[in-house]
Write a protein that binds this ligand. Sequence first.
Ligand code: MN
Length: 130
Amino acid sequence: MAEPLVLVVEDNEHNLKLARDLLRFDGLRTAEARTAAEGIALAKEVAPDLVLMDLRLPDMDGIAALAVLRADPATAELPVVVVTSAAMIGDKERLLAAGFDAYIAKPIDGSSFAAELRELLSGSNVDGAG
Ligand code: MN
């Protein structure tokens, strides 16, 4: 059985490479998009097991991109994890309320990133936002 496929939507090349390297090192498969529009199209095309969504993207923000995914039956049920450096207290709650399944803070912690995603993929730790 194929390893889970993670779609990484991230416009920063350094962050994209870091996520890709960590995921692949752990044996996960990756697909990549550098804009929200590309990510939305790819989500439909490749049907990933999980989406990692940057919050600040060149064409629209991650919350708007999430809304597009949720509005399309083909992608409505995808687990979408927001990855952002937003550090303000309350941001986590705000993002989960927006409908993200979980939140990972930047900078990515390389020692726990892949394990955290594995846990989310197994469904044991998905923070079901209301
Ligand atoms: Mn960005």
